[in-house]
Ligand binder design. Structure first.
Ligand code: SAM
Length: 248
């Protein structure tokens, strides 16, 4: 999969996405990322990218012609182009999974007072918000989106199982709490079941802790009910000719 991020501040996106797991995965070719300076499409000697808002108001607005040129420079027939805005569809794990199935995701970062409304109306496929707060620019939003999507791609995480057993994966709302050494710290002990070596018990404990955590912290999320314990089928007692059960 390929990502292209269009921004006035490429370093704000390049830095975080070049480090750690994603930096290594990108270097190894698990995904491609292009970070493009919108100013390359700016106008005139000063490479102007914004202007004052029509109708008055504070701040500067990013120009539609500049953003259009930047999008059209990277758009392919199979591209999905996303604008980051507080007034957008909420980005969550299900959107991340949907994006991870795409061949090419283009993320447009606004800045200042935002982007001319004609970009939203005519140039992008979707508008996405990462939460109900206002950031100075779309660079953090783009970084969040690329991170959450890229880690779902094959070859990005060392352990492919991680993405099936973590919070918000189908059938699991929140992941149960993890523990590691030391076994006891300041009297805070690791639950005995995790040290039991009984894989069945551990798996049951994890499911039940995940459900309890979800109910406590995120009652808005659906939690799959604990499957009813398998009931051992009672064998129909053989009866003796005179109607007595044997062995009684
Ligand atoms: N005037 C806009 C409003 O009130 O909705 C806010 C503009 S904000 C200061 C500048 C840019 O930051 C936006 O164009 C967008 O790209 C980005 N941004 C800010 N908050 C965001 C959020 N919650 N999700 C996604 N992008 C955001």
């Amino acid at each position: 999969m390929r990502f292209d991020v269009l921004t006035l501040f490429p370093a704000m996106v390049e830095g975080p996405l070049s480090a750690s797991i994603l930096g290594r995965a990108r270097a190894a070719g698990a995904f491609e990322l292009g970070v493009h300076d919108l100013r390359a499409h700016g106008l005139g000697r000063h490479r102007t990218v914004d202007d004052t808002p029509y109708g008055g108001g504070s701040g500067m607005v990013m120009r539609v012609d500049v953003v259009a040129a930047a999008i059209e420079a990277v758009r392919r027939p199979d591209s999905h182009v996303v604008l980051t805005e507080p007034a957008g569809t909420r980005f969550d794990q299900s959107v991340a999974r949907r994006f991870a199935g795409l061949p090419h995701l283009v993320v447009v970062c606004g800045h200042y007072e935002g982007v001319d409304a004609r970009v939203r109306a005519h140039l992008v496929d979707e508008v996405v918000s990462i939460g109900d707060y206002v950031l100075t620019g779309g660079e953090y939003a783009a970084t969040v989106i690329v991170d959450a999507v890229a880690r779902l791609l094959p070859g990005v995480l060392g352990n492919a199982d991680s993405i099936h057993e973590e919070s918000f994966s189908p059938g699991l709302a929140l992941e149960p709490p993890p523990y590691t050494r030391p076994r006891s710290f300041r009297g805070w002990d690791v639950p005995d079941v995790l040290l039991s070596g009984n894989h069945g018990e551990v798996a049951r404990w994890r499911r039940s802790e995940g459900r309890a955590l979800t109910r406590a912290l995120r009652p808005d999320l659906p939690v799959e009910d604990e499957p009813a314990p398998k009931r051992r089928r009672r064998r129909t007692p053989a009866t003796t000719l005179d109607g007595d059960e044997p062995g009684r």
